[in-house]
Design a protein around this ligand. Structure first.
Ligand code: NDP
Length: 258
């Protein structure tokens, strides 16, 4: 039942071989899914080159630029999905952004500009992507996004991203309610702290990891591949009854009161 042969999966958010989205892409591929990959374009084409190198071994049938702040690129991405595959089964939303100001210092000092940009990229983008995915998920589907416990409880320095993740988790529930009648399931994975590019922007990420290693029931944090396993499960028929949920893949850290 975990066989994803014949399923088409679009994966967003691969920046390098430490990205959580890369762990997810590898496990979806292992389960037999056809992969499509998006990357965030930059003027010099460096990100494209980097991501292309990383994903090459999985031979994705789609490789397109997609900055979620650019509506034309969003439209084009899903147009390519339609032209290449005709239908989409799995959408992995694995991206977020907050500038430095949003990830350190006083929460009350966050500017309107930082707030708007972060929530547009990290939160609004999920519903906006679902809008394009919905007509392509004609045989049902699974949408999976990534969140963090800092969207539910206060974690030092997570500040603005905490608000973005709180909004993201609620977006998951509203989308699940809207799309359920079409058999499209929407879930979030709340991952433990992992050293990635995005995580390195959060002040004190290593302290977070060490704290989790000290107190989580499993006495460690998690890996990208473990998150990938859960994303693959959520994308498969094994999870056919699960929607609107936030599943913790955090070595049990979330249950601890102290
Ligand atoms: P990465 O830096 O590897 O991935 C973040 C991705 O978001 C990058 O590919 C980045 O592109 C992309 N991105 C940023 N802005 C945009 C945009 N405007 N349009 C399209 N893509 C964009 O870090 P992670 O793998 O850690 O992050 C993936 C997800 O996991 C995020 O939602 C994060 O909040 C979440 N998460 C991470 C945890 C961790 O500890 N690492 C814990 C729990 C959740 P680029 O790098 O090219 O700018």
């Amino acid at each position: 039942m975990l066989d994803l042969t014949g399923k088409n999966a679009l994966v967003t958010g691969i920046a390098n071989n430490r990205s959580i989205a890369w762990g997810i892409a590898q496990q979806l591929h292992k389960a037999g899914a056809n992969l499509g990959v998006t990357y965030l374009p930059d003027e010099k084409g460096r990100f494209e080159k980097k991501v292309r190198e990383v994903v090459e071994p999985l031979n994705p049938s789609i490789f397109v630029p997609c900055n979620v702040q650019d509506e034309a690129q969003m439209e084009e991405t899903f147009k390519v999905v339609e032209e290449t595959w005709g239908k989409l089964d799995i959408l992995i939303h694995c991206l977020a952004f907050a500038d430095k100001e949003g990830l350190s210092g006083d929460f009350s000092g966050i500017s309107r500009e930082s707030f708007t940009q972060s929530l547009e990229i990290s939160t609004f983008s999920l519903g906006n992507m679902a809008k394009y995915a919905k007509p392509l998920m004609s045989e049902g589907g699974s949408i999976v996004t990534l969140t963090y416990v800092g969207g539910v409880k206060v974690i030092p320095n997570y500040n603005l991203m905490g608000v973005a993740k709180a909004g993201l988790e609620m977006t998951v529930r509203y989308l699940a309610a809207e799309l359920g009648p079409q058999n499209i399931r929407v879930n979030a994975i709340s991952a433990g702290p992992i050293r990635t590019l995005a995580a390195s922007a959060v002040g004190g990420i290593l302290d977070m990891i060490h704290h989790v290693e000290a107190v989580a029931p499993l006495r460690r944090t998690v890996t990208q591949l473990e998150v990938g396993n859960t994303a693959t499960f959520l994308s498969s028929d094994l999870a056919s009854g699960i929607t609107g949920q936030v599943i913790y893949v955090d070595a049990g850290y979330e249950i601890m009161g102290m």
